[in-house]
Design a protein around this ligand. Structure first.
Ligand code: G6P
Length: 615
């Protein structure tokens, strides 16, 4: 799950690749590399560690050339090192390859190539592609010296997932790109063109892209782009216009992307509601699902599936789908859904949830559910992503680009979209009290204002963070619709601050985690009003009785709960079923400030990547 950028034109390819790679660093940041063709030779530069090292290297010794490919790596095969960084070069030093994905049969290909005399310098799976391309470039029957033909022939030997960008020292006028299961776009300019694993990488240069599909190959020159399938049949493609402005992925005065994205939530919520809900007395409109009212009425089960933060949003979806729409619902981690080979009955709807739309486990779960006969309506952020293209319908959360590795605004909008979906299904099926649905719709319309209010209280959250950030262990407790809030709060904290954090049902606390309670472990209790409120008071008292410090997430004015806790984070009171939206923001801020106080690299936490395109 790496990042790829390529350029062909008349400007410095290395600089354009470098800028694009900076926008892709969230995909991985173990090492980076750029290759250009100049004066009939390949010139390759690699650095280990973050891209800042490449900035320094290119500032000291530029890499001239007007065609090039760049890569930022998240190690899968072989540790981060210069040898393992991309671009990988063929044995004759003439062909350079950048790759995102995993070549599953690389072991056997490596042995074959070694037997044919090819020598390997790295432990990566990618290097086989460099050598295979050389082999077929030299020897493709009828087409020696044809880079595209060699690439097409080489990928026929591969199993697994890949997006490749490939250049050859013999031909400074051609860049070849091909994909199977890993995302790839070709950016369109005037007298110059681009490739990237993510449109965000090249948005500053162009807003027009071709989204490349599986087993499609692009031959890119300065003048244009030829798309074909692997049999050489030409393909026609409409250019996709990227729907967000060039500066949407800039920090805009914030210290970190995560901070900026937390603060974008009020506007993002407005965008998510726009066109769907404007009057609590009117039914919701949710376009894109591609489900008829009869299909919604006939549903017997809804299966949510996702990874990481999106999974927590799915847990909220499961809760609301049963509570409001009265449809039996499940929520599975995508990696586990396939593993348990689920029984899929008729009239089952699968709802994959993904910010990127590229997460490999979620994509595989979607395919599996489709194979088993389930209709799949995905909840996504990135338009025209792989999951979008394979779904029967898509509801977009409208969050705009999210760069910080720790997902924040996407989580809130996934939860908001889950809520809209459950209300919509309840309206169509007539399964909930109209007064309750009206109350929830009115509360959703108020949500952007509540979010603004919560952001104004950031200093109060900072003060709480200052009190506890030096402790190394924490427990996040919640119940009911706010159990996922606790799980997500714990995930946020652990991924960026490295404080050990467990998200648990408060009801389960007695069955294990209570053994950990002591003055050195702080507990964050999501204790807003609702059906589970009194039980939460009981749990907090059990922790206090064992000298554990408690931070309460508490409704404004709830002095009873306030007195139980060592520190309080106040939130505006809203109906319980939409409270995961108000509790999310302070928990994000708490994680952010604790990590910041500990001096951690918030936008690029160790070992993580934002888009995980390997299973
Ligand atoms: C990675 C990211 C998480 C994200 C998860 C699922 O682990 O670090 O922030 O929640 O992938 O990503 P998706 O793009 O499918 O929502």
């Amino acid at each position: 799950m790496c990042g790829i950028v390529g350029y062909i034109g008349s400007r410095s390819a290395a600089q354009i690749c470098l800028e694009g790679l900076h926008r892709l660093e969230y995909r991985g940041y173990d090492s980076a590399g750029i290759a250009v063709v100049r004066d009939g030779e390949l010139d390759v530069r690699k650095v280990v560690g973050k891209l800042l090292n490449m900035d320094a290297s290119l500032a000291e010794t530029p890499l001239p050339g007007t065609i090039g490919i760049g890569h930022t790596r998240w190690a899968t095969h072989g540790k981060p090192s210069l040898d393992n960084s991309h671009p990988h070069v063929s044995m004759n030093g003439r062909i350079a390859v950048v790759h995102n994905g995993i070549i599953e049969n690389y072991g056997e290909l490596r042995e074959q190539l070694k037997a044919e005399g090819y020598e390997f310098k790295s432990q990566t799976d990618t290097e086989v592609m460099a050598h295979l391309t050389q082999k077929y470039y030299e020897g493709t029957p009828g087409a020696p010296g044809d880079l595209r033909a060699a690439v097409v022939r080489a990928v026929q030997d591969l199993r697994g997932a890949f997006a490749f960008g490939i250049i050859c020292a013999d031909n400074p006028d051609q860049l070849v790109a091909v994909r199977r299961f890993s995302p790839l776009v070709v950016g369109l300019g005037e007298g110059e063109n681009y490739i990237a694993s993510d449109m965000g990488a090249i948005r500053k240069e162009t807003d027009k892209v071709y989204v490349i599909d599986d087993d499609e190959v692009a031959l890119i020159t300065r003048e244009g782009v030829e798309l074909t399938d692997l049999d050489g049949n030409p393909l026609q493609r409409e250019a996709f216009v990227i729907p967000w402005p060039a500066d949407a992925a800039e920090k805009g005065g914030h210290k970190k992307f995560m901070h900026k994205e937390i603060h974008e939530q009020p506007d993002a919520m407005r965008a998510c509601l726009a066109g769907r809900l404007s009057d609590p007395d009117q039914p919701l409109v949710l376009e894109g699902m591609n489900l008829t009212p009869d299909e919604i009425r006939g549903l017997h089960k809804v299966v949510f599936t996702a990874c990481g933060t999106a999974y927590h949003a799915g847990l909220v979806g499961r809760f609301l789908m049963e509570y409001l729409a009265k449809i039996p619902a499940e929520c599975d981690l995508a990696a586990e859904l396939r593993a348990r080979n689920p029984v899929v009955l008729d009239d089952t709807l699968c709802v994959p949830i993904s910010q990127s739309g590229e997460t490999a486990d979620t994509l595989v779960a979607l395919r599996d559910m489709k194979d088993k006969g389930s209709k799949c309506v995905s909840v996504l952020n990135v338009v025209d992503s792989s999951i979008a293209r394979e779904s029967d319908g898509v509801v977009y959360i409208q969050a705009g680009p999210e760069i910080g590795v720790a997902s924040t605004k996407a989580f809130s909008l996934q939860v908001m979209t889950m809520t809209l979906m459950a209300i919509h299904f309840a309206e169509v099926r007539g399964t909930a009290d109209p007064a309750l649905l009206r109350e929830l719709k009115a509360a959703l319309l108020e949500m952007p204002r509540h979010a603004e209010e919560l952001l104004k209280r950031e200093d109060d959250v900072l003060a709480v963070a200052q009190k506890f950030y030096q402790l190394d262990d924490s427990l996040f407790l919640g119940r009911g619709v706010n159990l996922p809030s606790a799980m997500e709060g714990a995930l946020k904290l652990k991924e960026i601050s490295y404080i050990h954090a467990e998200g648990y049902s408060a009801g389960e606390m007695k069955h294990g985690p209570i053994a950990l309670v002591c003055p050195e472990l702080f507990t964050v209790a999501v204790a807003v009003h609702g059906d589970v409120y009194e039980k939460m008071i009981g749990n907090i008292q059990e922790i206090k009785a064992r000298s554990g410090p408690v931070i309460g997430l508490i409704d404004d004015g709830d002095s009873l709960m306030g007195e139980q806790c060592d520190a309080a984070i106040w939130v505006p009171q809203v109906p319980e079923m939409v409270s995961p939206l108000t509790t999310a923001i302070p928990l994000q801020l708490l994680a952010y400030h604790m990590a910041d106080l500990r001096g951690e690299d918030i936008d690029q936490p160790r070992n993580l990547a934002k888009t995980v395109t390997v299973e």
